[in-house]
Design a protein around this ligand. Structure first.
Ligand code: ZN
Length: 80
């Protein structure tokens, strides 16, 4: 898993495997959205994202981004 935080945007890269052909693919966690799916580039099989789980993930990402912005604000305020 690769995660970065740039310009108050969280970027988390996952490498799950296709359930059918087991080929690894890249998934930006922000694209793990309710109603979303992934089409395997190798075998073409479509994997639907779990609705409840993806909703939870998006809420957490938003929360984390908001919290990190607060951290950055508190640090830049302290340095003044
Ligand atoms: Zn596949």
């Amino acid at each position: 898993m690769v995660s970065q935080f740039k310009n108050s945007q969280l970027y988390v890269e996952l490498r799950p495997r296709c359930p059918k052909c087991k080929k690894e693919f890249l998934l930006d966690l922000k694209r793990f959205m309710p109603g979303g799916f992934h089409s395997c580039y190798a075998c073409g099989s479509v994997t639907k994202f779990d609705g409840v789980l993806s909703e939870k993930v998006q809420v957490l990402i938003n929360d984390l981004e908001a919290t990190v912005r607060q951290v950055l604000d508190s640090l830049s305020a302290a340095s003044r």
